[in-house]
Structure formats: C-alpha cells, structure tokens
Design a protein around this ligand. Structure first.
Ligand code: GRF
Length: 190
C-alpha cells in the first residue's frame, strides 16, 4: 500500500507535542497528504494531549504503570491504534523503547524523530551531547524504529551549524525548527 491510505497517522507522545503540532498544521494546510487519527500519550500530564484535542484529534492516555509487563502495555497501544485505523505510527517525543509486540503489529510503519545526526548521539539530551563533543554541525534525523534506541534505518536528516556561543537550549531551538520541517517532509516521502 502507498499514498494517502497508508498515511493514517497515530502519534505517540510523552511531552510538549510541537512536532505533532507541526505535522497537524501541514495536514490542515493541505500541504501534506495524510490523515491524523489519534494521539496516545503514556504521560497523563503531557501538553501534547490538550494540543491534540484542541485540534479535534482523539487524545488517549495509556500509562505504563497500569500494566504488569511491557507486552500488555503495548497490546493496549496496538488496540487503540488499530481501533482508529492507524497505518503509520509516528513517535514524536515518545520517551520509551518499543518492544516486539508493537513493532510486529506495524512492520516498517513506525518512525521516530530524534534531535541529532544519527548514529551520533542517540538517547537523552542529544543536543547537550553534541555540544560536549564539540561538533560543528548538528541536526535531526527521522528514522524507522526498531528495538535499539534511536537505531533504525535513516529516512531523512537535516543539518544546522553549531555556533560558538551555543547552549543546549539555543542549539536545541535551532534543531527544533528543522525537526518541524523534516518530520512532515519525511512522512510525505513514505
Ligand atoms: C524532539 O526534540 C524530538 O526530536 C525528541 O523529543 C523532542 C520532542 O519535542 N524525540 P516535541 O514534544 O515534539 O515538542
């Protein structure tokens, strides 16, 4: 399957939701041929939930602590994603590693955005890691998701310069602008 039918998006989010918002905006403006179906957060406090409902998108909380094992947690995620007819799962600031239950339910149809030029600086605080290493070019990556943290095959990347007086925050903001552009672009190309 390809094209719009396969771009019924389910977002997995844990926090702010600015990448999700950027994609929703591109869809609403008619620049991205895709359909947003549901946003699911593992964090009931995530601002992304209100952001999603504010734009008419069903927003669901599924907390890890309510399930004995990761498998049951992921079965619940899969159930809600399937109920909403999702064909493409977009991790946009989802702070968990995925396991076989979720990965096998959407083979080759789960992507993530990460604020570094992978394979450099996977994991948390990628912008701070990049600054500490002294790189002169930083950026962001959209990649397929597998069981390795930030480890799946790369779909798209965007680079930004690192300025001499950058902090993790200023570099992070420069990268985030590119993330918002890159995620929608990557989805368009799938
Ligand atoms: C982004 O920097 C993304 O690359 C990383 O988590 C952050 C999420 O930001 N995976 P937001 O919730 O999309 O604003």
């Amino acid at each position: 399957m390809s094209g719009r039918d396969d771009k019924k998006i389910g977002f997995l989010v844990s926090g702010r939701g600015s990448n999700m918002a950027a994609v929703l905006e591109e869809i609403a403006a008619g620049r991205l041929k895709a359909e947003a179906r549901v946003a699911i957060s593992d964090n009931p406090e995530a601002p992304a939930l209100a952001l999603a409902s504010g734009r008419g998108l069903p927003a669901v909380t599924i907390e890890r602590k309510n399930f004995p094992r990761r498998q049951e947690f992921e079965e619940a995620l899969v159930r809600v994603l399937k109920e909403h007819g999702v064909g493409l799962v977009v991790l946009a600031g989802f702070m968990r590693l995925l396991g076989p239950t979720l990965l096998s339910a959407f083979p080759g149809r789960i992507i993530n955005i990460h604020p570094s030029l992978l394979p450099a600086f996977p994991g948390l605080e990628a912008q701070r890691q990049a600054l500490e290493y002294g790189v002169k070019i930083a950026g962001c990556t959209v990649h397929y998701v597998n069981e390795v943290m930030d480890g799946g095959r790369i779909i798209a990347q965007a680079a930004v310069p690192v300025e001499p007086d950058d902090t993790a925050e200023s570099l992070g903001a420069r990268i985030l602008t590119q993330e918002h552009r890159l995620l929608a672009l990557a989805i368009a190309g799938l």
